[in-house]
Design a protein around this ligand. Structure first.
Ligand SMILES: Nc1ncnc2c1ncn2[C@@H]1O[C@H](COP(=O)(O)OP(=O)(O)OP(=O)(O)O)[C@@H](O)[C@H]1O
Length: 304
């Protein structure tokens, strides 16, 4: 796969006037293949936005190299700008414009024909709201409009900074479907998120970032498989005597709020024995996920 983005040893330190310097990005490197859906996952303050802005050409790096479609994004080149799409923060819309007027303005800036506006309204599912003023849209609709602005120039690479923050779970799912569709058109996607589930659902590969560094990078499935973590099986505690719990315990057991949770490396055998004991009520099985990967690489619990 040819790469759309190459990043090597990227660094940025902020030097606020009345506060100590903040080393936001401390030597980050990765490449993103053409057509890949790439995610940067990390908690608040990990350095995701700073990294993204240096790749987009919004922020000048202190050190390291970035190439997007074979070109350096800093200083700005109009040629590169026309080939990338950057999702706007939703509060960055032109004031007092309707959805159509907003998109028409962007279409003109990108030298796109008028028809492109209708096309994009359809892609992001905002056709019905075309005459609505931007500030009157719901949170989810505003996020869709910001993605429409990023797509209007028909970009090869699309950058999304936490595109589903502040959305309710249903709107988030709808947004995931939209982002998948955009990626399926052959566009390279780079997304930052602090939602594990989002990274797991959307991304071909994920870089886990914390304190300005990338601590792990692979497909979500490989990151989880690499952990070799046990499976957790939970059932209602009232179904088992203490002796039975002791007998069934493999790696460990935890009791909480009327449940008993076993940790095991042989979930199949444990499930059979629980079935034999007639103790499957309230059954919940949890295999390892990216949360466990984060714990594994940082030693800290993940908090959204
Ligand atoms: N302009 C700035 N001046 C000073 N410090 C900054 C500036 N921008 C970011 N930082 C600091 O750099 C660090 C990384 O910030 P960044 O916004 O890149 O993190 P993030 O992973 O995107 O977090 P979030 O999910 O909260 O947006 C944080 O400690 C932040 O406070």
């Amino acid at each position: 796969m040819d790469s759309a983005i190459e990043v090597a040893d990227l660094r940025k330190t902020f030097r606020p006037r009345n506060a100590p310097p903040v080393e936001a990005v401390r030597g980050v490197g990765f490449s993103v293949g053409e057509g890949e859906f790439f995610g940067i996952l990390g908690p608040n303050g990990a350095g995701k936005t700073t990294t993204l802005e240096m790749i987009e050409g919004i922020l000048e790096p202190d050190g390291g190299r970035v190439a997007v479609l074979g070109r350096s994004p800093w200083p700005h080149s109009a040629e590169l700008t026309s080939r990338i799409g950057v999702q706007l923060q939703t509060n960055a819309f032109f004031e007092f414009l309707t959805v159509t007027e907003q998109l028409r303005t962007y279409a003109q800036l990108y030298g796109q024909p008028e028809e492109r506006v209708e096309e994009i309204l359809d892609v992001v599912g905002l056709s019905e709201h075309r005459r609505q003023r931007c500030e009157k849209l719901s949170g989810g609709q505003q996020q869709r409009l910001s993605i429409a602005c990023a797509l209007i120039g028909d970009p090869e690479v699309v950058f999304l900074d936490e595109p589903t923050s502040a959305l309710d779970p249903q709107a988030r799912r709808n947004m995931w479907e939209l982002l998948r569709k955009i990626n399926a058109e052959g566009r390279t996607m780079v997304l930052t998120t602090h939602y594990m589930e989002e990274a797991e659902f959307l991304c071909d590969r994920v870089a886990i970032m914390d304190s300005g560094r990338i601590l792990a990078l692979d497909s979500p499935a490989s990151l989880v498989a690499g952990l070799d973590a046990p499976t957790h099986i939970k059932v209602g505690a009232h179904q088992l005597s203490d002796a039975q719990v002791e007998d069934l315990t493999d790696l460990g057991v935890q009791r909480e709020n009327g449940t008993v949770e076993f940790e095991t490396r042989d979930p199949q055998a444990l499930l059979v024995r629980l079935a034999e004991a007639g103790a499957l009520e309230g059954l919940a099985v949890r295999t390892a996920n990216l949360e466990d990967v984060f714990l594994g690489v940082t030693g800290r619990e993940w908090r959204d």
